[in-house]
Design a protein around this ligand. Structure first.
Ligand code: SF4
Ligand code: SF4
Length: 230
């Protein structure tokens, strides 16, 4: 990854509960933070943050580590791992929220606006970086429009908190299918005004399905030709 001092080496292979081998790696704290930031950049978080900050919703507000015009002076694992309702929602819809949580659950020492994370950490799960900025841009446009058209002051910020609460509930209700389904339905209803976002998600999924189908087709075709060549 550009700009990071990688101290990453596979140090062990051990069996997980499902019998698959999992590789443990030693990584530096800096690399973990850089990885999280890289993921969020590719996810297009900055587009959503711009709208949120413009409307008074910054999660860094009042933090002593924030310098005017210079940004955060104390980048840490805790703030990198933390997701607000909007970002959680994007990852939830992209089915990446569990992966994100699994990655950060391995990182010890997370606190409030600071960390006590050791300089070197052993991890088992990595974070797969994917570019879906187009989806976050679409949500940012929806939020901008909502803030302009809704009479209630701070409409999008209160929507952010509601979405956050419902997504968190999914974790509490993981063994209760009825409550889980009801919570999912509530999230769907809350996200109804995000029409650009839903359109972008549908197009993204369709494009990925086509690419996957193309890949399978190519593999089958190349498999056939190699059989013929024998
Ligand atoms: S609350 Fe969420 S959208 Fe707003 S600035 Fe923080 S991370 Fe960005
Ligand atoms: S420490 Fe966290 S809350 Fe404070 S400025 Fe940095 S990212 Fe924002």
């Amino acid at each position: 990854m550009p700009g990071s001092t990688i101290n990453e080496k596979a140090d062990d292979k051990s069996m997980t509960g499902n019998g698959k081998k999992s590789t443990r790696k030693q990584v530096s704290k800096d690399l973990v933070i850089e990885k999280g930031l890289h993921f969020l950049r590719e996810a297009g978080a900055e587009h959503i943050c711009s709208v949120c900050i413009e409307n008074g919703g910054s999660c860094c507000s009042g933090c002593r580590h924030l310098l005017d015009g210079m940004g955060c002076q104390r980048r840490n694992t805790s703030c990198t791992a933390w997701l607000c309702g909007f970002l959680k929602f994007v990852l939830y819809e992209m089915e990446l929220l569990q992966d994100w949580d699994a990655f950060w659950n391995q990182i010890p020492g997370q606190s409030y606006r600071e960390d006590f994370t050791p300089e070197t950490i052993t991890i088992r799960k990595d974070l797969v970086i994917r570019n879906f900025q187009i989806i976050s841009k679409a949500l940012a446009s929806d939020l901008q429009e909502l803030e302009k058209t809704q009479i209630a002051i701070g409409f999008i910020i209160s929507l952010r908190e509601k979405i956050n609460k419902h997504i968190d509930r999914l974790g509490y209700y993981k063994n209760d299918p009825l409550k889980k389904a009801k919570t999912k339905e509530n999230i769907r209803i809350l996200s109804t005004p995000f029409y650009r976002f839903h359109k972008a998600c549908a197009e993204y999924r369709l494009q990925h399905q086509k690419q996957a189908a193309q890949l399978i087709h190519e593999r089958l075709t190349s498999g056939t030709s190699s059989v013929r060549e024998l």
